[in-house]
Ligand binder design. Structure first.
Ligand code: HEM
Length: 343
């Protein structure tokens, strides 16, 4: 398996610790992120265009009056919000400009895109509930409706928890570190559930609509080919977003480094001393020595007491501390510091 050396500071790819033929092969396979983004953006646009064209051309267009035309807003808003915009929001931190400098603007962008996606999803749900109520159709009877509503509810919890943990200033660092992997896990899960909801919704709509003799679903009329293709394009979009999220070379450098636990294992006074030391700009041997000794104490204490944070203390070796400190001092906010990563 290919790994990146130095937690992403260099673009060296290594295989088993040494760069060899396979390592060079790995580097050649490394697809640049920006062309991929253009491709994905195009695919997202095609998904929205397809769902709109389906509703406009075959399902009678759009209105906001409780009629079948009002229902048509449901697929368009759900695909646009829960898949395309949501997927875009998920990839914000993979943009190379987000790797350096302050993380706050990227967090605000990520949160705002997700909020807009959520707003569109709520409108999409209003459209289908009003259509059902207007026509006396029962609500929430199908598997699609259960899956869809569960996805939107999970999304709302994810947004609120993410906002509270990462954007409100008073969330403690240990809580952010504890919650971050959970947020990442549910982020991908919600995207998968959204894709599943869309695919099941398209299928259901086709079964409802294509019933009469010449237009039977099993005869595969043009509408069915078109909507089936839409389902596959949505699936492809979701798979590509999940693939991009999982790709190590597109992650913000040091996002998974053990150094990331450093801030958890060090008590606040030590971090404050670190900060003052960086401000003074001095590099003295005694400081390094004292700090290493203090960190060893903290690490040992954490191993014994187990109360220093949620990450295994043995990961926080003195050498990784020194590396982390050096990185913070030489490239503040470059993304290699654990504090920058968690904040
Ligand atoms: C993430 C995307 C989606 C979510 C969260 C979602 C959610 C829902 C929910 C909660 C309902 C129940 C409304 C009620 O009972 O009054 C519903 C109904 C419906 N949705 Fe979706 N939907 C999504 C995407 C789609 C798509 C792309 C289509 C394609 C046409 C679609 C087609 C339908 C249909 C036909 C119904 C009415 C029948 C039923 O209640 O199952 N949905 N949707």
């Amino acid at each position: 398996m290919c790994e990146r050396e130095g937690g992403g500071q260099s673009d060296q790819w290594i295989l088993g610790g040494k760069e060899g033929e396979a390592g060079r092969g790995c580097r050649m396979l490394d697809l640049p992120f920006l062309p991929f983004c253009v491709l994905l953006g195009g695919l997202g646009f095609v998904c929205v265009a397809f769902v709109s064209a389906w509703c406009q051309h075959w399902r009678g267009g759009f209105a906001w009056d409780g009629s079948a035309q009002m229902f048509n807003w449901h697929p368009v808003l759900m695909v646009t919000g829960m898949v395309v915009l949501y997927g875009t929001a998920a990839l914000v931190y993979r943009l190379p400009p987000a790797w350096s400098g302050p993380k706050l603007p990227w967090k605000v962008l990520h949160g705002t895109l997700a909020l807009v996606a959520f707003g569109l999803a709520v409108l999409g749900l209003v459209a289908v509930f009003r259509f059902h109520n207007h026509n006396g159709t029962p609500n929430m009877y199908s598997l699609h409706s259960w899956l869809g509503l569960a996805t939107v509810l999970l999304f709302s919890c994810q947004w609120l928890a993410g906002f509270s943990a990462f954007l409100l200033p008073w969330a403690p660092t240990w809580l952010r570190a504890l919650y971050k992997p959970i947020h990442i896990f549910f982020g991908s899960t919600i995207l998968m559930l959204s894709v599943a909801s869309c695919v099941s919704g398209i299928n259901e709509k086709l079964f409802f609509s294509l019933k009469n003799g010449t237009m039977e679903y099993k005869r595969l009329p043009t509408e069915a080919v078109f909507a089936n293709t839409l389902g596959l394009l949505i699936l492809l979009f979701g798979v590509l977003v999940l693939g991009a999220l999982a790709r190590p070379s597109w992650k913000r450098p040091d996002a998974d480094s053990p150094d990331s636990c450093q801030v958890l294992a060090l008590p606040t006074p030590l971090l404050a001393m670190d900060y003052l030391h960086q401000l003074s700009g001095t590099t003295n041997v005694y400081w390094g020595y004292m700090r290493r000794a203090a960190t060893s104490l903290v690490t040992t204490g954490a191993t014994e007491g187990g109360a220093q944070g949620p990450v295994a203390p043995q990961l926080c070796s003195p050498s990784s501390t020194a590396r982390s400190t050096a990185a913070t001092a030489t490239a503040p906010g470059s993304g290699c510091s654990s504090r920058a990563e968690l904040m």
